[in-house]
Design a protein around this ligand. Structure first.
Ligand code: GDP
Length: 460
């Protein structure tokens, strides 16, 4: 999907509210003729004589036939979302009315908008940069408090301004060094290599921090990868089910039947946790289960949080201590969760409380004490860094560009170390600039734009 220049001049129309019956529906028009077209079918005041940001009551008519009583909001270019003339018509929310109104406008010369075309126009007219445009999509799809806050921060430009500032400084150096290329005979130095090194090192620190923030960003957007680990029959599937409140995992009395991973998401206190149910941690001779076990260990290393679950009716302290030791060596935050309080062996609870006072005692089967487990889960996943308003990278495209920026910046540093010629240095700087520019949209291709905006829905 790319747009010809002529298409960019069209007046486009789409339903901005969801399909289906509602109390009201909002139909949005954008383009040079948005107001004049509306004026042709609107009976009420002359819309072309009204001020921007005003709302008017009247009827929409097809010839003599009244389609609906409506409210029309007017936004005169450039003071609108797309920076074009924009009209928003609030109709009654019947799909018949919506279709009739949209058809009427198409008859008059408006064109149905393509997915994301309103946002794309806003981007093309400089309303915001690409990272902010993408945040609009994220915001629409945000389904938890944390992902909503990250998208909102990005849309408001928190991310972009940081990138743009760094880029501006680097552009300055690039042009200075390129200028030197014109004076090769004279052996002048407009750009101090020491200053350049300081800037590149500073840039690298920021870029690396942003790259690191992607882990957190990813977690916010896609959920905290959480592993429930423990021996077969500890109650992992039961716990997952209890947390999900539905029977998604295979619960079985036969040891070792939960061989594969069942992933699911639950929202705890505004944060999405992606639960990964695993085969047991137990050493095993069963070939299939063995694959499961090594995959478990792989998954555990990539998890942000491990719930180590053990069975109070069938376990001893030596075994628990050994497992806890292994987990401590893994370096992933974990919680010690003792399950089956309803049939705990004698004395085990008091022994455990003494030895491991941070143990959480639950009964997954009876759904007991799950609230304190959830509270402890939230405590352990420290999203505070994000809450302080720091920039968090949530977009894989940005992550890719940042990674490539880092590589090119390292090349610049390497070039400085080896005292390479100016043309090589300039090339590496330009490459870094290119990748930084990809993020905010200073550098775009039609394919890239098409790819980004096609993910939007129509009317956005
Ligand atoms: P997994 O192999 O670790 O996934 O364990 P399962 O979730 O399949 O549970 C093994 C058995 O323990 C099943 O029969 C469950 O019903 C039972 N179970 C799980 N949690 C509890 C509990 O809190 N109390 C009791 N009495 N039984 C439980």
């Amino acid at each position: 999907m790319s747009f010809s220049l002529a298409e960019r001049d069209d007046t486009i129309i789409a339903l901005a509210t969801p399909q289906g019956v509602g109390a009201i529906a909002v139909i949005r028009l954008s383009g040079k003729n948005a107001i004049s077209l509306t004026n042709q079918v609107f009976h009420g005041k002359n819309l072309e004589k009204q001020a921007s940001h005003t709302i008017h009551f009247g009827t929409i008519r097809d010839g003599d036939r009244v389609i609906d009583e409506v409210l029309v909001s007017i936004f005169i270019a450039p003071k609108s979302f797309t920076k074009e003339n924009v009209v928003e018509i609030s109709t009654h929310g019947s799909s018949y009315i919506i279709n009739q109104v949209i058809r009427l406008f198409i008859k008059l010369g408006a064109r149905p908008a393509k997915p994301g075309e309103f946002t794309q126009r806003a981007f093309l007219h400089g309303q915001f940069d690409l990272a902010q445009a993408e945040a609009v999509a994220d915001l629409i799809h945000a389904d938890s408090e944390a992902s909503h806050a990250a998208a909102l921060n990005q849309m408001r430009g928190g991310f972009s301004s940081e990138i743009q500032e760094l880029r501006a400084q680097l552009i300055h150096f690039a042009s200075m060094i390129e200028l030197e290329l014109d004076f090769t005979e004279e052996d002048v130095e407009f750009a101090s290599r020491d200053d350049l090194r300081v800037l590149v090192e500073r840039l690298l620190r920021v870029v690396e921090e942003l790259i690191l923030s992607f882990d957190l960003g990813n977690v916010i957007k896609n959920g905290v990868p959480t592993v429930i680990a423990g021996k077969p029959n500890a109650g992992k599937s039961t716990l997952l089910n209890a947390l999900l409140n539905e029977e998604k995992a295979i619960v079985s009395d036969i040891a070792g039947t939960t061989r594969d991973f069942i992933e699911d998401e639950i929202n705890i206190g505004g944060v999405i946790f992606r639960f990964i149910d695993t085969a047991g941690l137990r050493e095993t001779t069963d070939a299939i289960e063995k694959i499961g076990v090594s995959r478990t260990q792989e998954k555990m290393k990539t998890a942000s949080l491990i719930l180590y679950l053990f069975d109070l009716s069938d376990t001893d302290l030596i075994e628990i201590n050994r497992d806890i030791n292994k987990l401590e060596n893994l370096g992933v935050p974990f919680l010690k969760v003792a399950n089956k309080t309803d049939k705990a062996k004698e004395n085990i609870i008091s022994e455990l409380t003494e030895k491991h006072p941070d143990t959480i005692f639950i009964s997954a089967g009876k759904k007991e004490n799950l609230d304190s487990l959830k509270a402890r889960i939230l405590e352990l996943v420290n999203l505070d860094k994000f809450k302080t308003g720091n920039t968090v990278v949530t977009n894989i495209r940005h992550y890719d560009s940042l990674t490539k920026t880092r590589e090119s910046l390292l090349d610049v540093l390497g070039g400085l170390d080896q005292e390479v010629t100016n043309d090589f240095l300039a090339m590496d700087i330009r490459r870094s600039l290119h990748f930084l520019g990809e993020i905010t949209g200073e550098i775009t291709t039609d394919d890239l734009l098409a790819n980004i905006f096609s993910k939007f829905c129509i009317g956005k």
